[in-house]
Design a protein around this ligand. Structure first.
Ligand SMILES: Cc1cc2nc3c(=O)[nH]c(=O)nc-3n(C[C@H](O)[C@H](O)[C@H](O)COP(=O)(O)OP(=O)(O)OC[C@H]3O[C@@H](n4cnc5c(N)ncnc54)[C@H](O)[C@@H]3O)c2cc1C
Ligand SMILES: *[C@@H]1O[C@H](CO)[C@@H](O)[C@H](O)[C@H]1NC(C)=O
Ligand SMILES: *[C@@H]1O[C@H](CO)[C@@H](O)[C@H](O)[C@H]1NC(C)=O
Ligand SMILES: *[C@@H]1O[C@H](CO)[C@@H](O)[C@H](O)[C@H]1NC(C)=O
Ligand SMILES: *[C@@H]1O[C@H](CO)[C@@H](O)[C@H](O)[C@H]1NC(C)=O
Length: 546
């Protein structure tokens, strides 16, 4: 029998049929593969990179580290794994996290079901057979009952379009696509664009190496010191002595992290002196827990202002040149409305004679020339340019794939005015397609490892339920999907997150619809909602036997 469309033999195609295709081999894809295999499904990961690890494969720039403690930003699914793995630092570097993920892949024998160096170009739903056809860069067509997009919320790196970039004679790099070989900036004149989390990490390191570093800043950023240090044996032991219990407590928090010794009261309920003392204490301790110094910093303008003012005063203290300090001070958006960054000597770097801050608010770039950057009649001579300019977040990697659901409808068309999902997990008219990219879910505001495990467990349990009850397809109904979208928006408007242009709402990408994409209602509430949906017989989903 011949499949007229492709001239391929149906038997040949069917032998290529598996239960689940997973796209992406990061934190999400790896655990998804593990859980599916444990539950008796045939599954396979397709990954474009030449190694596993996702974010931790691609972001090899100097200074790359996690900013949630690795004791928490790690898998919890295997007690053996979490007991035997040893982190060297509170916030380990990229090579160590990548080693960890490779260790996981080996320990659970995942590699045999991972196909590297293969890009998924299209995923087409075949309504007649209720199955997905996955087309890859190798020209393969893989048929699967289900498809899981574990393509990452921050995997589509993005370089802003600047006139003349293609004429530049030096080297240029994106932090999210860093070369696998070492880059040596010594003796070179380097520009860094972008002062988000990656820029904040890389700038102090290049500042030490380069002959001269120019930091081109569009928006100033709030940071809190990381105060990274070796993992102390007592602290490690405290975690490991009761890991399961601690992980359980993490699930009950908003951020999916245990923060010890935090105050649970309003910033406005204490005297200004007490408030400053608390900020100082948290600042000395370091970590993103700073945002939890009081319980209303993200809800209450007045409270938010006191914390922001505290961080501004720290910038004035650290940066010696008052003019430079003023340029580095963030204004016009609430603290936390853009992702807060952890830093190690970031503001200190601007005290170095060989570091120059160029404020793009005052004058934008005119062009990149073969030898540097021109702003007005000023030329900056450069050998290298580093783009720490972030990602086309949430939807970028999905839209690179030609995804077609019922009646040939494309995902790009469906989401032309902004993405809509039910629980961030599925979208109507795209049956049996699961999404884990942080859309409509709390992942990016929280400990992503924990959120990913929650998503994967939910999806696996769902597939087991379908199998047990002989259902062929699952997809959300449009009402449930619309309600979830409204809820995600309502929560974003309630807190202060929606009040800044950022990658949370697509403002970093020209022409991208302004829709607040992640769910800011907390890990605990999200998880409860996901559980309730299941308890109520997959409420809001359409389950069909044919
Ligand atoms: C520098 C950096 C630091 C971070 N630090 C933290 C942190 O400390 N704590 C935290 O909670 N979160 C952090 N994050 C967020 C991070 O995105 C998540 O923690 C997590 O790693 C996401 O895992 P993932 O598997 O969902 O996606 P990813 O790790 O992005 O993996 C997705 C994979 O899919 C592949 N892929 C995409 N499209 C295709 C295609 N069409 N075909 C084939 N393969 C494809 C990509 O190549 C990639 O390997 C950080 C992110 C970055 C960029
Ligand atoms: C970088 O280059 C400088 C000078 O070219 C050299 O002295 C130094 O050893 C190099 N560093 C590394 C880590 O290769
Ligand atoms: C700083 O810059 C000056 C002038 O470009 C240069 O001569 C000097 O070597 C640089 N210092 C370092 C530490 O690279
Ligand atoms: C903070 O206090 C409120 C009200 O007193 C309580 O409901 C909540 O559980 C407390 N939260 C934490 C994290 O202790
Ligand atoms: C805190 O948030 C409020 C509400 O969005 C905002 O008006 C205020 O400017 C913020 N404060 C600072 C210092 O950014």
């Amino acid at each position: 029998m011949v499949d007229t469309e492709n001239g391929k033999n149906i038997e040949e195609i069917s032998s290529n049929m598996i239960d689940v295709v997973i796209v992406g081999a990061g934190f999400a894809g790896l655990y998804m593969l593990y859980r599916l295999r444990e539950s008796g499904f045939s599954a396979k990961i397709i990954e474009v990179a030449d190694g596993i690890g996702g974010v931790w494969h691609w972001n090899r720039y100097p200074g790359a580290r996690c900013d949630i403690e690795a004791m928490q930003y790690s898998y919890s699914f295997s007690e053996e794994l979490q007991q035997e793995w040893k982190w060297s630092e509170i916030f380990p570097t990229q090579p160590e996290i990548l080693r960890y993920l490779n260790y996981v892949a080996d320990k659970f024998d995942l590699r045999k079901n991972i196909e590297l160096k293969t890009q998924v170009n299209a995923a087409i739903f075949d309504e007649t057979h209720s199955r997905w056809e996955i087309q890859t860069s190798r020209g393969d067509r893989i048929l699967a009952k289900f498809c899981v997009m574990a393509t990452g919320c921050l995997s589509a790196s993005r370089i802003p379009s600047i006139n003349g970039l293609e004429t530049f004679k030096g080297h240029y790099y994106h932090t999210g696509r860093w070369p696998q070989t070492d880059v040596n900036f010594s003796g070179r004149r380097v520009a860094v664009f972008g002062t988000g989390s990656s820029g904040v990490q890389i700038i102090p390191i290049i500042a030490k190496q380069a002959k001269h570093l120019f930091v081109f800043q569009r928006t100033a950023t709030f940071t809190v010191p990381a105060r990274n240090k070796p993992l102390e044996p007592e602290y490690e032991q405290w975690w490991k002595s009761n890991y399961a219990e601690h992980r359980k407590q993490m699930l009950e928090t908003i951020t999916g992290c245990l923060a010890l010794g935090m105050k649970n009261c309003s910033a406005m309920s204490v005297t200004p002196d007490e408030r400053l003392q608390e900020y100082e204490k948290q600042w000395q301790k370091g970590s993103l827990n700073f945002l939890g110094s009081f319980n209303d910093l993200v809800f209450n303008q007045e409270a938010n202002d006191t914390a922001a003012e505290f961080l501004r005063s720290k910038i004035r203290e650290i940066v010696e040149d008052p003019t430079v300090a003023e340029k580095l001070i963030p204004r016009g958006f609430p603290l936390g409305a853009k992702r807060l960054s952890l830093d190690t000597n970031y503001f200190e770097a601007f005290n170095h004679d060989n570091v120059t801050l160029v404020d793009l608010q005052q004058a934008p770039i005119d062009e990149i020339t073969p030898t540097g950057i021109r702003i007005g009649n000023k030329n900056y001579e450069l050998d290298d340019i580093v783009f720490a300019t972030g990602f086309d977040a949430f939807t970028g990697a999905l839209f690179k794939i030609d995804i077609r659901g019922r009646a040939g409808k494309t995902l790009r068309d469906k989401w032309a005015d902004g993405p809509c999902t039910y629980l961030g997990l599925m979208t109507s008219d795209f049956p049996n397609l699961f999404i884990m990219t942080g859309l409509g879910s709390p992942t990016v505001f929280a400990n992503a490892a924990l959120c990913i495990e929650q998503n994967v467990d939910w999806i696996t349990n769902c597939l087991v339920y379908l199998r047990t009850n002989h259902y062929e397809t699952i997809e959300p109904n449009t009402e449930a999907e619309n309600d979830w979208g409204k809820h995600v928006n309502a929560v974003a408007n309630f807190i202060l997150f929606s009040k800044a242009d950022s990658w949370f709402n697509g403002a970093n990408i020209e022409g991208k619809p302004r829709v607040f994409m992640p769910y800011a209602g907390g890990v605990n509430n999200y998880r409860k909602k996901c559980q309730d949906v299941v308890v109520n017989g997959y409420q809001g989903f359409i389950l069909a036997t044919q």
